[in-house]
Write a protein that binds this ligand. Structure first.
Ligand code: F6R
Length: 361
């Protein structure tokens, strides 16, 4: 069911003084810099001293949490199907049993102080894995210096880890290229950055809701709980990113799931009458598996009695990097407009930070 959804005050998003007052850290301006982040992050990763320690690895494990760990999901989405060696995203304290001196372990943490990532890093060093650390300082940078481990400092200018997604992902791409694991990605990065620069202008706060798809999407979601679906591969990480950006920016629950897996469980939950109160956003792109379009149409038909309303977001570009990051940019702007529409400052994450402080005591 596709519909206009409940009314929300679109005018609130077109009032520059109200936006500036709520968005005290300039979150929206930083989102627009995703293309620049890709360019500079990639160069930093490629140029990092010691990045070649990745060479010859037989497996890759990327350890990181939250807004840093998302880089592992992005790299998997972009390259897992093309890489001759396994690439695993590890989100927690432990390393998989197979991680050994032939494995490359990348520990990635914007702050460099995340407990789980530091623990996994220590385990990787103890096991003699090839280790690369990526952080903007913190304990991880100090440990890497003491351990003689290659360290990359992404050139970031944002106040929060999740806002550095381009810096972190592109640094990782640069490191893996320098280690001979990925083919040269410079042209792809430049093309994707160009697509993102153009998209940023279309989603920017200056553009009114009537001509701005991200504002329009946020207004359509309104007070409902977002449910985001992407298909396996390139749309999987952006779907999860949309969910976590609604969590952290709009301070609200959200759910995400992946096609075709959701056809084997979640669809049963959308039984008659369960849809109102939720808003389904599907992320679409030209490199979807050939069966996805039919499957999605059949899925929406199968759950029509739920009353769940849906809208599509289409990726820009035709290449994996353009597609994935254009979906991320769309998700980031929409989640941030949703925050502002609901009167929330998108940047601070007080609950998350107070939990970290409590556990660090
Ligand atoms: C904050 C955010 C969090 C952090 C996570 C790990 O913006 O998105 O999810 O990314 O708590 O911290 P770092 O990234 O510093 O390792």
């Amino acid at each position: 069911m596709v519909s206009a959804g409940p009314p929300a005050d679109a005018g609130a998003l077109d009032d520059p003084s109200r936006l500036a007052e709520l968005d005290a850290s300039g979150h929206l301006q930083h989102l627009a810099g995703l293309g620049s982040q890709l360019r500079r992050g990639y160069e930093a990763g490629r140029a990092a001293a010691g990045a070649s320690s990745a060479a010859g690895a037989r497996a890759i494990v990327i350890c990181g949490m939250g807004g840093s760990g998302v880089a592992a999901d992005v790299l998997r989405a972009l390259y897992a199907e093309r890489l001759p060696i396994p690439l695993l995203a590890s989100k927690g304290y432990r390393l998989p049993a197979f991680a050994d001196p032939d494995s490359l372990v990348v520990a990635i943490s914007f702050s460099g102080n995340t407990e789980e990532t530091l623990t996994a890093y220590g385990e990787a060093v103890d096991r003699g894995c090839r280790v690369v650390a990526i952080s903007c300082g913190g304990k991880l940078a100090r440990l890497a210096a003491a351990d003689g481990v290659a360290h990359v400092h992404p050139p970031s200018d944002v106040p929060m880890p999740r806002m550095a997604i381009g810096d972190l992902c592109a640094s990782l791409i640069g490191v893996l290229e320098a280690g001979g694991i990925l083919p040269p990605a410079g042209d792809d990065v430049e093309r994707a950055a160009g697509v993102l620069d153009a998209l940023a202008a279309r989603l920017a706060p200056e553009r009114p809701s009537s001509k701005n798809p991200a504002k329009d999407l946020a207004v359509w979601i309104g007070s409902r709980t977002p449910v985001i679906w992407g298909s396996e591969g390139l749309a999987e990480a952006p779907a999860a990113r949309f969910r976590t950006q609604v969590n952290e920016n709009a301070k609200s629950p959200a759910f995400s799931a992946v096609l075709p897996e959701l056809d084997h469980n979640e669809i049963e939950g959308w039984s008659a009458g369960t849809g109102p109160g939720y808003a389904l956003v599907t992320l679409r792109h030209p490199l979807e598996h050939a069966r996805v379009a039919d499957r999605l149409a059949a899925t929406l038909e199968a759950i029509a009695a739920s009353g769940l309303e849906s809208r599509e977001v289409s990726a820009e570009g035709i290449e994996p990097l353009e597609i994935l990051f254009s979906l991320v940019m769309h998700a980031d702007f929409a989640a941030t407009y949703l925050a502002l529409l609901r009167g929330k400052d998108p940047t601070p994450i007080p609950v998350l930070l107070s939990l970290k402080e409590r556990l660090a005591r």
